[in-house]
Design a binder for this molecule. Structure first.
Ligand SMILES: Cc1cc2nc3c(=O)[nH]c(=O)nc-3n(C[C@H](O)[C@H](O)[C@H](O)COP(=O)(O)OP(=O)(O)OC[C@H]3O[C@@H](n4cnc5c(N)ncnc54)[C@H](O)[C@@H]3O)c2cc1C
Length: 478
């Protein structure tokens, strides 16, 4: 069988599912997406795709989708500014870390960006079933029996491969991987909002510095146990903000659970945050704040079903904390890597999925875990200008080259053959040992850190890394 006769069912039309669907379709496969929301065009607030994710979108339709995205994303001005909670300026770095990132770094309103991708999927012929839920997965060890899904209507859809991209609250983890949902309260939650500034807002002396018709901006404030982000773009009209704070409330994630101004301000008053940021929160129109509990899920041991023909990808496989800055981009990397593997395996779905997992596993693992170390890095320091000057790079966002310069498609093309040979020869070992190290290689700095530091606390590029990452890095260093 060639890859072009493959039928692919994708569960979930988030960015991970959409990318897998688009990339498979571009390689000639027959693809259907099932998405339970009738539309998500107006949902969410700000999402970032750093260049490793954005470069995947930037290739679609000879760059048209990326160009359209840039029109509604942060692209005017090139500053990322950092403050402490009192509003003292600490440092800045370019928003596009390198000039070549400009055409493929996208941050903007999630709904608008999502709609552009969804429209492109439809345009190239992906079949999209909106407003339909998958309630069960069909699988069999008999390779001659197709895998598939059952819809809430009772209809069954069969395929050669099923891609479960059903997000953080994934049902596939239980039905396909047979795993209980091991979510635990991360101890943090976020309040977040998006709104369009009115003329009244723009006249407000505390808000007007966040509405510049000539300059988009991204600013971060960090204080003990809380950090905040503010984005302003679209000629100073659109504002998005996020407050990450400690939280011990009941765990549950929802993009529609309402938050209040009063509750948000409680966390800012405790940290005596600067008035400009508090005013943005106070002036947020009713109904725009979402209270999102940050749930932690440990990395999974495998993303493949027993049949080897259903795979879990994106947030369903690795639910990132926002502080990794990579949830969306990693879902996109999954999507394109999967399509390359299905294409290169020429119809051998089981081989394709095993190689996919080996290419993605360690890189995804390490980036997933960095969400914890990044967050702690911001919260555990009394930020002053003197501290930042004495510790350059401590405050800025950890956009490491091996993460953001990565070309997932090229990487998959380069490594498919030798990993396929390993799979076929039955090379033994744990998935950590067999997987590609992050980015094709573990950064030398990580290896050196593990080799040279005896203490329990390992630091990579100024960031403490935790036990799981240490084990992964150690297994490669050994
Ligand atoms: C409504 C919404 C708003 C979001 N807003 C933001 C934001 O503002 N900022 C940000 O950084 N991230 C946001 N995210 C998360 C972000 O988009 C993802 O973390 C990231 O892009 C990874 O994408 P994913 O495709 O793996 O998962 P998701 O984006 O979570 O997509 C999973 C999709 O699967 C669908 N689905 C789940 N179960 C079923 C089922 N049984 N049958 C059919 N469909 C199903 C869901 O409706 C969802 O659309 C949002 C996600 C959603 C769903």
């Amino acid at each position: 069988m060639s890859s072009t006769t493959l039928s692919v069912v994708v569960v979930g039309g988030g960015f991970g599912g959409l990318t897998a669907a688009i990339e498979c379709k571009l390689r000639g496969m027959n693809v259907t997406i099932i998405e339970k929301y009738p539309t998500s065009a107006d949902q969410g607030d700000v999402i970032d795709f750093f260049p490793n994710g954005g470069r995947i979108i930037a290739k679609w339709a000879d760059g048209r989708v990326g160009r359209d995205m840039l029109k509604c994303c942060i692209n005017q001005g090139n500053k990322f500014e950092f403050y402490n909670q009192k509003g003292e300026f600490l440092c800045e770095e370019p928003w596009n870390l390198y000039p070549h990132h400009y055409p493929h770094q996208f941050a903007g309103h999630r709904g608008e960006m999502h709609e552009l991708c969804m429209n492109y999927a439809k345009e190239i012929g992906v079949e999209v079933l909106l407003g339909q839920s998958v309630v069960d997965y069909l699988g069999s060890d008999d390779d001659n029996v197709p895998v598939g899904v059952v819809l809430a209507s009772g209809e069954k859809l069969l395929a050669d491969v099923v891609v479960a991209a059903d997000g953080p609250r994934s049902m596939a983890r239980q039905k396909v991987l047979k795993l209980p949902d091991t979510k635990v309260n991360s101890g943090y939650a976020i309040f977040r909002a998006f709104f369009t500034m009115t003329e009244e807002h723009k006249k407000n002396p505390l808000l007007k510095s966040f509405s510049d018709p000539n300059e988009d901006m991204t600013k971060l404030w960090a204080g003990p146990d809380v950090h905040c982000l503010l984005y302003s773009w679209n000629k100073g009209n659109d504002v998005g903000w996020v407050v990450t704070h400690k939280d011990d409330q009941d765990i549950g994630e929802s993009w529609s659970f309402p938050g209040t101004i009063e509750d948000t301000l409680k966390y800012l008053d405790e940290g005596s945050f600067e008035e400009r940021f508090k005013e943005v929160v106070r002036q947020t129109p009713p109904g725009r704040i979402v209270d999102y509990k940050l749930v932690w899920r440990d990395p999974l041991q495998t993303w493949l079903s027993q049949s080897g023909r259903t795979v879990v990808i994106g947030d369903a496989a690795h639910t990132h904390l926002p502080s990794s800055g990579q949830g969306g981009a990693q879902a996109l990397e999954d999507g394109v890597t999967l399509a390359v593997c299905l294409d290169r395996a020429k119809g051998d779905v089981k081989l394709a999925l095993k190689v996919f997992e080996r290419i993605r596993f360690n890189r995804s693992h390490i980036i997933h875990m960095s969400g914890v170390s990044n967050r702690d890095g911001y919260h555990q320091v009394e930020w002053t200008r003197e501290f930042v000057e004495a510790n350059p790079g401590s405050m800025t966002v950890h956009r490491l080259d091996w993460v953001i310069e990565h070309d997932a498609e090229k990487n998959a093309e380069e490594h498919f053959e030798h990993l396929a040979a390993d799979v076929k020869s039955g090379k033994q070992g744990t998935l950590e040992e067999l997987s590609l190290p992050a980015g094709g290689h573990i950064p030398a700095v990580a290896l050196d850190a593990v080799k040279s530091q005896q203490s329990e606390e390992i630091h990579i590029d100024g960031h403490k890394i935790n036990e799981t990452v240490r084990k992964i890095v150690s297994s490669v260093a050994a």
